[in-house]
Every structure is written in structure tokens, then in C-alpha cells.
Write a protein that binds this ligand. Structure first.
Ligand code: SF4
Length: 187
């Protein structure tokens, strides 16, 4: 069992234990104070699955999004959908975080940052992002080889193994599994 993610440590945890898809969304949100719907859903449900409590989720999203739209518009337009994701509004469904399969099959449009970076990043951007994560040049070629063969989850698994210095025999099939396995190793 991993500890519940708190707001105070979210940047540290993002840098050490988020898979590339979530790292990218997280960084874009911090940079732009904005994410389109698909990105807010993909990241929001992941954070929920990673243990971020509703109150902390509201504080986290408000701190970013309200910088662009103001607190009032945040409360009106975004707070509902965050509570909705936590099953507190509408049909009160407790929405589950997206699996790799679902994320890989999504088709981000212009200005979107959701989806699986192994699938939709250019070669150059992917190499830069992997380098930033700490993937060495030897493994980088193996990762790019998996990507060329469209084995995105295997590419993600190799990345995990490389930056954690530990094998991941089950392979990566869910961003929250990546997160949990990473936290297990790092804690
Ligand atoms: Fe995210 Fe899964 Fe793609 Fe890894 S393989 S970046 S966890 S969607």
C-alpha cells in the first residue's frame, strides 16, 4: 500500500513516479495554467487513482486554472466536473482512471496534450523527453525501436526499468500501475 498523495509533495512525486503521459500533462498544466477537456480528464482521474483526495484535487486545479480564468469562473465551470469525476455530482458514478489501452487509442487534436506520448510525439520530442527522465542513450535506442514497431507499452516498460534500475516483469498496462510500482521501489 502506498501513501496517499498530498498536494505538498505532488511536484516531487510527478518528477519521480509519473509515467510520461501524465508527466507531460502535469508539466503543460503548470506551464500554461490550462488543459483541454481530454487532458483534464486523463490527468484528473489518474491523480484520483494515485490517492489525491477531492479537496486537494479542487485546490490543485484551482491554483492552476484560475490563473487563466479567475476563481469565479473556475468555481462555475470546472469545480463541478472535478467533483463529478469523484462521484459527487450527477449520476454519482465513481469514474475509473484510464488504462494504457484507452489512452493509446485516443486521438489528441491540435492543442491537446492527452494521449500516449510514445505514440504521438515526434522522434525528436520523444528523445528529448526520455533524456529528461533520465533514460540513457543505450536504452534510448531500444525504446525507439519498440516505438517504431508500435509496442508503446513495451517502450514505457523499458523506460520504467531504465530509470528505476529495476525490472518490471508484468509490463506496464496502466498509468496508475506505473505509479504504484514506482512508489513501491522509491519509498
Ligand atoms: Fe502512459 Fe501507458 Fe503510454 Fe506509458 S504506455 S505513457 S503509462 S499511456
Amino acid at each position: 500500500q502506498f501513501s496517499e498523495m498530498s498536494l505538498r509533495e505532488i511536484d516531487k512525486v510527478a518528477a519521480s513516479s509519473f509515467p510520461l503521459c501524465m508527466r507531460h500533462l502535469f508539466e503543460k498544466l503548470r506551464e500554461d495554467h490550462h488543459l483541454k477537456h481530454g487532458g483534464r480528464m486523463q490527468l484528473g482521474l489518474f491523480l484520483k487513482g494515485a490517492g489525491l483526495k477531492l479537496d486537494d484535487a479542487l485546490a490543485f486545479w484551482k491554483a492552476e486554472l484560475s490563473r487563466k480564468v479567475g476563481a469565479e469562473r473556475f468555481d462555475k465551470e470546472y469545480a463541478y466536473s472535478i467533483r463529478h469525476n469523484y462521484g459527487k455530482e450527477g449520476k454519482r458514478t465513481d469514474y475509473t482512471p484510464y488504462s494504457c489501452q484507452k489512452i493509446i487509442l485516443s486521438t489528441p487534436g491540435v492543442g491537446d496534450h492527452h494521449g500516449c506520448p510514445y505514440r504521438y510525439f515526434s522522434d525528436e520530442n520523444l528523445r528529448a523527453a526520455l533524456g529528461k527522465m533520465g533514460v540513457g542513450s543505450q536504452i534510448m535506442e531500444d525504446v525507439m525501436d519498440k516505438v517504431r514497431n508500435r509496442h508503446y507499452q513495451l517502450a514505457c516498460t523499458l523506460t520504467f526499468e531504465s530509470i528505476h534500475g529495476s525490472s518490471c516483469d508484468a509490463g506496464i498496462n496502466h498509468p496508475n500501475q506505473y505509479f504504484k510500482d514506482s512508489q513501491k521501489i522509491l519509498q
